[in-house]
Design a protein around this ligand. Structure first.
Ligand code: ADP
Ligand code: ZN
Length: 729
């Protein structure tokens, strides 16, 4: 890779993280700088972060151009990365400065490295050798002179830090100052390899060959929960490590990473680098720098890890690729799955999309011959897929304000008697979704949003799930001022837990819902305790649907299988299908067989029938047919434009004007729908109006959208957000 160098005083264009949306000219500093260098530049009275993006434009009086303050002590941004940011910005219609902010999320990037103590093999031999001391020396010898922190040495050797300190006193281990950012221990691709089944072996071979090709390609790795997808894609990671290239594994949920990290350690001998919101600032900075230097071989992270400055990225795995949390819904609106494919194509890297219930998008890409497909058909070992049946709620004898049918109750009771776990699944946080006044019928809503306040009994407050605002539970109706008439309507997980405790007084009940834990760590610990068996009945939201192993779980009861099928969203069927299959997949992973039951009032609904029947190919084909007929993704293209303002008239006026002046869109044959109130018509006091744009595949949609939007000035407090490939339509 040859990169351009700019001599001192040469004019360079610097892209900064400030919202200016153009590259600014500066003079290269003393000693010059490389294209791609991370620099600090003066901007008005401030110093800001930027990247040398190319030569300056040069139509300036050079004597008036300010100079770059300094070049930061990090590896310059690679050409591929600059291309990636540019293309991602074009695709998502995002300003370049915002893309650069995503790519520079390393705390203290510009700081000089501070020092800390590190330890390596010393010169002396201790007179008295103990087992613990021997382990420390062996570990350090294995690493041939590499230095580690005290914690790392102690952990690797399985001894207390005092043993290491003792060896320092004797001169057997040397202690020295080192810059804070240490490389990660080398991973060994041959370390803990498992014997694979024939099915897995064949899949692993396809992925290994793909990685070895050194070219871009995407493979959909489809297999039921527990079929060993993780084992198989770890073989692709191993091959990538053998090639000396870097690998990235994206996971949808931080709560899942600890289990995954343990598996990586068992497979490759050491922990990988981690990148997500649960990681300390110091560790994030270390990760960012080492990724750039090529000294972090494997990164396990959240979607934002896609914007790390990889030196030579050879493989990206997107686990649970169908998961909606891969779509970033704030700020830069991007889908990590699509960005992974873009990044890999620019890096000659491979992508593996793993899922038991792939997105229709990926399924269609396989159909179209764009993606390879590898399928694992059976669960590993003795585990079999749970049997799935429906409970027809119309024929269950159930008093009001109760949700566990007698049939489901009997099944849970049987599990309790056998010492097995049950899961009651309800995708609703809080105690009750609605609080109503029985005197006047008033529903308590959020002051700032068009949504009801959800009672959270553990917190003893009402909470708005749109803006997060909370208020104490009132005792008097805010509308008619009658006392003690407010009552909860409908169930949330907290209320389900109450019912479960009443039905099974001897049982230990655990609630798994993302809002009940102060920190990601607390949640992780709770999940681990439950997996070990520290609960008889788990009451949970979709948090439990995401890939964690509960070996003792043999029954999944879905409280309301109809919940996701309401509303007009064209993706509702797909989402419900995925969620129900994922939840059911939690049951019966180990020796005991599992069972999943869906409580439903419409057992003959085609989606419920498809879930029970388990003929996925038929379901996807039917869904595909409907989407194709409607001309929507993945067979057509869509964009959502959300306009918002505190003034409702203003948003509608702009929306109407935009719908009328749709020339640039008509030129590419696109249609505009709306303006209509957005799915949530008011959030945080801002009224929201949405326009939907539908176009055929293959037309320059982004260009047309940009030209269209440019016709309108956003006056006052009006805001416009363009969402390419919206989640709901
Ligand atoms: P998936 O990712 O498809 O849900 P996993 O890779 O998590 O499946 O595998 C399910 C369980 O089976 C895990 O505990 C895993 O360690 C185990 N397993 C899968 N394949 C093998 C294998 N070839 N040898 C040993 N254990 C395996
Ligand atoms: Zn609100």
């Amino acid at each position: 890779m040859t990169q351009e160098f700019f001599d001192e005083g040469a004019l360079v264009g610097v892209l900064t993280t400030q919202p200016l949306d153009r590259v600014l000219d500066y003079k290269a500093p003393e000693g010059g700088c490389w294209l791609g260098a991370f620099v600090e530049v003066p901007l008005g009275p401030r110093k800001v972060l930027g990247v040398v993006w190319g030569p300056g434009r040069g139509d300036w009086d050079i004597s008036k151009v300010r100079a770059v303050n300094r070049v930061l002590d990090v590896v310059p941004m690679a050409d591929e990365m600059r291309q990636f940011l540019t293309k991602a910005a074009d695709y998502t219609l995002t300003p370049m400065s915002a893309m650069l902010r995503l790519a520079t999320r390393a705390p203290g990037l510009g700081d000089a490295p501070s020092m800390r103590k590190v330890y390596r093999l010393g010169t002396a031999e201790p007179e008295r050798m103990t087992d613990a001391r021997r382990k420390v020396l062996e570990v350090l010898r294995d690493y041939g002179g590499l230095a580690f922190t005290l914690k790392e040495v102690a952990e690797m050797a399985g001894v207390t830090p005092s043993v290491v300190k003792g060896l320092v006193k004797l001169g057997a281990v040397s202690e020295e100052d080192s810059p804070r950012d240490l490389p990660y221990p080398r991973l060994d691709p041959e370390y803990g390899s498992k014997e694979l089944t024939e099915d897995q072996q064949a899949g692993a071979q396809v992925l290994r060959d793909a990685v070895r090709s050194g070219r871009y390609g995407t493979t959909l790795l489809k297999g039921v929960t527990g079929s060993g997808k993780t084992e198989v894609y770890l073989e692709a990671v191993a091959e990538c490590l053998r090639q000396g290239r870097q690998a990235l594994v994206l996971l949808p949920e931080i709560a899942l990473t600890s289990e995954f990290i343990t598996r990586v350690e068992a497979r490759f001998g050491h922990k990988p680098a981690e990148w997500h919101s649960g990681v300390t600032m110091t560790e994030r900075r270390r990760c960012w720098k080492m990724v750039g230097q090529g000294e972090a071989q494997l990164i396990v992270g959240a979607r934002s890890a896609l914007f790390l400055p990889f030196r030579d990225l050879g493989l990206i795995v997107v686990d649970e690729e169908h998961d909606t949390s891969y779509k970033q819904e704030d700020g830069v609106l991007y889908n990590a799955r699509d960005m992974a494919v873009l990044r890999a194509s620019l890096n000659s890297a491979q992508v593996v999309l793993a899922s038991a219930t792939p997105s229709l998008e990926s399924w269609a890409n396989v159909e179209a011959g764009k993606y390879r497909r590898v399928t694992l058909t059976s669960r590993y070992g003795a585990a079999v897929l749970p049997e799935m049946t429906a409970i027809d709620m119309r024929s269950e004898d159930l008093p009001g304000s109760r949700w566990v049918s007698p049939s489901l109750q009997a099944k849970v009771q049987a599990r309790l008697e056998r010492g097995e776990q049950s899961l009651l699944f309800l995708n609703r946080r809080g105690y009750a979704p609605v609080t109503i006044c029985r005197a006047c019928g008033h529903q308590i809503g959020c002051d700032d949003c068009d949504s009801t306040m959800v009672e959270h009994r553990f917190l003893k407050r009402l909470m708005c799930h749109q803006c997060g605002e909370t208020k104490p539970m009132p005792t008097v109706c805010p509308s008619c001022e009658v006392e003690d008439k407010l009552a909860p309507v409908g169930p949330g997980v907290e209320r389900m837990a109450e019912e479960a405790q009443a039905l099974f007084p001897q049982a230990k009940i655990a609630v798994l819902s993302s809002d009940l834990y102060g920190s990601a760590r607390a949640l992780k610990e709770h999940i681990e305790a439950i997996a070990r068996g520290d609960a008889d009945v788990i009451v949970g939201t979709q948090l439990v649907a995401k890939g964690h192993n509960f070996p003792k779980l043999t029954l999944v009861g879905v409280i309301d299988a109809d919940l996701g099928l309401q509303g007009s969203d064209l993706r509702a069927a797909e989402r419900t299908f995925q969620l129900m299959r994922q939840v059911a997949g939690r049951a019966g992973r180990a020796e005991a067989a599992g069972e999943a039951v869906l409580q439903t009032f419409q057992p003959e609904h085609p989606v419920i029938r498809a879930i029970l029947g388990g003929d996925e190919e038929a379901f996807w084909a039917a869904e595909a047919g409907e989407r194709r007929a409607a001309g929507v993704p993945p067979y057509g293209r869509m964009a959502g434009i959300v306009l918002s303002s505190p003034n409702v008239q203003e948003v509608f006026d702009l929306g109407t004007a935009m719908a009328r002046q749709d020339g640039p869109l008509r030129q590419i044959g696109a249609q505009v729908f709306g303006p209509a109130p957005a799915p949530i018509a008011r959030i945080r006091g801002r009224h929201r109006v949405r326009l939907l744009v539908k176009a055929e595949k293959g037309v320059p949609l982004q260009q047309a959208l940009a030209a269209w939007a440019k016709q309108f000035k956003l006056r006052g407090d009006l805001r416009m957000a363009i969402d390419i490939d919206p989640q709901s339509f």
